[in-house]
Design a protein around this ligand. Sequence first.
Ligand code: MSP
Length: 612
Amino acid sequence: MAAAMMNLSSSIQSGLFSSLKPSSFFNFKTTHFKNRFCLPQSHFIFSKRSMLCTCSSNNSNFQTGEKAEPYVVTTPLYYVNAPPHMGSAYTTIAADAIARFQRLLGKRVIFVTGTDEHGEKIATAAAAQGSSPSEHCDVISQAYKMLWKDLNIAYDKFIRTTEPKHEAIVKEFYSRVLANDDIYQDDYEGLYCVNCEEYKDEKELLENNCCPTHLKPCVPRREDNYFFALSKYQKSLEETLAKNPDFVQPSYRLNEVQSWIKSGLRDFSISRASVDWGIPVPNDNKQTIYVWFDALLGYLSALLEENEQPSLQSAVSSGWPVSLHLIGKDILRFHAVYWPAMLMSAGLTLPKMVFGHGFLTKDGMKMGKSLGNTIEPNELVHKFGPDAVRYFFLREVEFGKDGDYSEERFINIVNAHLANTIGNLLNRTLGLLKKNCQSTLVVDSTIAAEEQDFKDTVEKLVEQAHIHYKNLSLSSACEAVLEIGNAGNLYMDKHQPWSLFKQGGAASEAAAKDLVIILEAMRIIAIALSPVTPSLCRRIYAQLGYSDDQFNNLNWSETKWGGLKGGQVMAQPKPVFTRIEQIKGTENGGEAAEKVVKKKEKKPQVQGVVEA
Ligand code: MSP
């Protein structure tokens, strides 16, 4: 097979751009090149002044304090070739936990997710189902929304790339890049992976030109396309990463990105002549815009307010730049190389951070729709509930690294941590309080904890959880919170309040204080674990006698010791998390089989899901 090859016209060889000054993030580039395809000036729907205004509007807001800078977190926009699997749910669960943590810090959060609906891969999937692409997209996009509801995902914006407002943004952005002389027409011949929607370098492929991610052969393609002058941004990207090494996270992924850039950036084709299902290229209806050039702009179009006239300027002033793009490591190049270069070309501010997490694997292979080795998230959620699913993947998989799923491990972890360490501790404490103190706290938690090391231990662990959440070390954050539960169980075992109550007098008073101490720790756990297991924490909070409104308006500062007051009445003890039972039996024609049962729980309410 001939090597993937690019025939670029001599005027745009990458060497030509090496002497250019890097473009600033805030200023629109004015450099022009010869032999570029350009639209007539009258086509442009913006002036240079408006572009400059757009770029700085966010800054000036920030400086004058007009509007608090939001915390904007995004998931990738998911392909709708097939319904969601656990791998796609993983990114969204993590993003939701991060968004919830930032809300607890009092930030105005904009949590963006959505679906990537154009391109060959989607058109082919629709045809295989005997549907039109748009019908197919409606069905799968809805399946994503339903899963997010079941998983308690409280997103603020859901963008579909087939929405008219998105198309308007893509066209405006394309025109800006064109005006900056960064788009030209040329021939392209290479090997294409439809599943990645990407031309590949032959050297990255396996035997028979198979894509290393999808294990399917790439197909030779030759097309007359429009290209984006990525090579022009090589130096600017190098400088950006050198100045802002935190831009790519975890830090060990930065080297990978830097070496891609160092090895030389080649312009990439941003249109397809062979694909109808896409946004037409402005002024050339025979081509559609490349699905990645289209989809990345969903991060901007998602920010538009309802019924707002779509424009880049308004999208930017609604929250750009993004604080955190959360993605899987397979799409790092698009987010840490292509996307910043596109934004530089359009004169827009770069996102603050791109975090590439690892893969959920099955037998060591990336779980995915194309390989067909997925875990069905709906099945997991319906069997075990959203908290168990969210907790397991965030606790068990170190955020950034790959992690394998096994049902046995899932059940063991969830039972040990959520049912035993947390659920049982709360239940038995409330049981003792009911029996001995009419479910009423005898003193303030501050008084109860006087001269006790326990309070210091809890405060240290909460502080650790705070730091871990901030650093996106979600597994460590869960671990720190669970340690509070472990410390609580140790405390109970050591003090044995049930025996003290039997002794009466001062011993009984001490026991009543012990219960206050444990319940205060529970209150703190309910806040600190709420980004990960929101409905479980809501139930804990309700058991402590608080209302739903109080739970909804929590702030991280309330993790400080001292919230529970003497006289406060707790609810009747009720298990907050049911153990998952594995029943060994003989089914399936006598073969040994294992059945997994979780007693029916009240379906938790989904909170605050707002759609754009
Ligand atoms: N449509 C593009 C993203 C465009 S963003 C402007 C896309 N979609 S995808 O549906 O294929 O993948 C979406 C996300 O799911 C990616 O971050 C990908 O890494 C993640 N995952 C897909 N399979 C995964 C696992 N098995 N494990 C963890 N995450 C995985 O790419």
